[in-house]
Design a protein around this ligand. Structure first.
Ligand code: GAP
Length: 499
């Protein structure tokens, strides 16, 4: 008998179980673990790198194996002017506050998470008392805050306002508990800096890119001219991005080094909304095609007052993680902001020549920006299942076959009677086509469990019957059903099932 005892519903423990499974099975290791680790950085182990590559390969195929999208791989280090033009030098900041006592640093806009409602209420009352003596400030306060708003929303609005410091002046530091210990908020730029060449001075400062998008913008005309693409068309790239995040959190969700899979779609102004709507749906369909249930995905529009400096409209695709909804991809209407800024800062034209209309203009851009590492975490979480089978718990990672790190495991039932030789032959035949794993150790039931835990869709067993009729048992991971397949048909059978 088999029934599901836990399917992503033990919210708190699932991330912990995943972290442990990831290390045990070689999906993810903490970076520089033997030195105590490096916060916000992770290494992808043998199975992790397979899963990550499969996600990237699936994205690449979905996004670029089409007539209207070209690929690119731009360098991580770019001319420093790029980041002035993009607005990152000026705007890519988080307001930070330090505790003078314990020196801990916090992002001001997330400090609300550290106080309960009673505390927040007290802090707001006390702020109001202070402001009531200064009519101009009180007027601003009243414009900002509505009594009808939820208390938490009001607190958040105040944290994002000029009143943050006064609001927090009587709050206790979440780390050491000291009151009246916060410094004034300061803007902290999230870009990592380094130096080009041997001289470490400000003239040689460059940045590790915080998004891959800019590499695409600056190459827009190179790609267009080389490929003779006409609008609308897109440029896609996958690559590392770096952000000196203040609060890394939830395992792989927010890290300092991560990978993005971005596509910029260039359109004629006026055709931007249609392209935005189209890509929004297409991108969601990609997650569904890889096994994410529709009810665990949703769109979340950015309110107008929270839009990034470059965006006219933006929507996140969110996945329901065990800790709540979280963004896995952003779709933005970036207008002509980026190309116009690069035109302005480089002095080079970024205009497209429409040879039918005989006119030149700067295209609008629709961006689809997915996190490969964040997607990895979502696919990993989505795959995790615990089931009870014959009184025992089986942990099974139900990856979509396209994403599974190992596609097929091959077992000889026993290590004699010629079975290992046949199993090795099958392994050699399949290896050029897919990632396979040979295992001859322990009872077959235990070997199945080991492969379930890493999400291998098929296990092949060479047994006594194989010696008689040249068939093997193929066991499917999710249903655990077995069927006999002729050895000569195995490759065709598996390739069909793994699509
Ligand atoms: N070019 C637009 C851009 O970078 P973003 O919303 O800042 O937009 C896009 O990032 C995606 O990159 C996010 O949806 C997320 O999947 C991923 N991402 C952003 N910051 C990340 C971080 N610190 N760690 C992991 N993934 C991150």
């Amino acid at each position: 008998m088999r029934y599901i005892i836990a399917q992503k519903n033990k919210k708190d423990s699932i991330v912990e179980k995943l972290v442990s499974l990831c290390k045990r099975k070689g999906f993810i290791f903490q970076s520089s673990e033997i030195y105590g680790g490096l916060n916000g950085c992770y290494d992808y182990g043998p199975l992790g790198v397979e899963l990550l590559n499969n996600i990237k390969q699936s994205w690449w195929q979905f996004m670029t194996y089409r007539e209207d999208v070209e690929g690119l791989d731009a360098s991580i280090l770019m001319h420093p002017k790029v980041w002035e033009a993009s607005g990152h030098v000026e705007n890519f900041t988080d307001p930070m506050i330090d505790c003078k006592q314990c020196k801990a640093r916090f992002r001001v806009d997330t400090l609300g998470e550290s106080y309960n409602e009673k505390r927040k209420k007290k802090l707001i009352i006390s702020l109001k008392e202070k402001l009531s003596a200064i009519p101009e400030k009180m007027e601003k306060y009243n414009m900002l805050i509505s009594e009808e708003n939820d208390l938490n929303d009001n607190f958040e609005l105040l944290l994002e306002s000029e009143f943050a410091f006064e609001l927090l002046s009587e709050a206790a530091c979440p780390q050491c508990g000291t009151k009246n210990s916060f410094t004034e908020p300061k803007n902290f730029n999230l870009m990592f800096k380094t130096f080009l060449g041997p001289v470490e001075d400000s003239g040689n400062t460059i940045f590790l890119r915080p998004e891959t998008a800019q590499g695409i913008f600056v190459n827009f005309l190179n790609v267009q001219q080389a490929t003779r693409q006409k609008l609308p068309f897109g440029i896609a790239q996958i690559g590392k991005a770096f952000r000196n995040e203040i609060n890394t959190k939830n395992f792989l969700f927010r890290t300092r080094e991560f990978e993005q899979m971005e596509m910029q779609y260039f359109v004629k102004p006026g055709e931007d909304q249609t392209a935005y709507d189209k890509w929004k749906e297409l991108r969601k369909s990609w997650y569904i095609s890889l096994g994410m249930p529709e009810d665990k995905l949703r769109f979340k529009d950015h309110p107008e007052d929270k839009l990034a400096h470059y965006a006219k409209a933006a929507v996140d695709i969110e996945y329901l993680f065990p800790f709540g909804w979280g963004e896995i991809e952003g779709i933005h209407n970036r207008t002509d902001f980026d190309l116009k800024r690069h035109e302005e800062f480089s002095g080079k034209s970024m205009k497209y020549f429409d040879d039918e209309a005989k006119e030149k203009f700067v295209p609008f851009i629709i961006e689809t920006s997915a996190g490969a590492s964040r997607g990895f975490f979502a696919f990993l979480t989505n795959a995790y299942n615990e089931e009870e089978v014959n009184g025992e718990t089986r942990v099974v990672m139900k990856f979509h076959p396209q994403l599974a790190p190992i596609k097929v495991a091959i077992f000889p039932l026993v290590n004699k009677d010629g079975m290992p030789e046949i199993a090795r032959e099958i392994e050699n035949d399949l290896r050029p086509f897919m990632k396979v794993f040979y295992d001859s150790k322990g009872a077959v039931g235990r070997r199945y469990r080991r492969m379930d835990e890493v999400g291998t869709p098929f296990c092949i067993t060479v047994d006594t019957q194989t010696l008689e009729d040249k068939t093997v048992t193929v066991r499917e991971r999710d249903s655990m059903e077995q069927e006999r397949v002729k050895i000569e048909d195995l490759l065709h059978y598996l390739l069909k099932k793994l699509k």
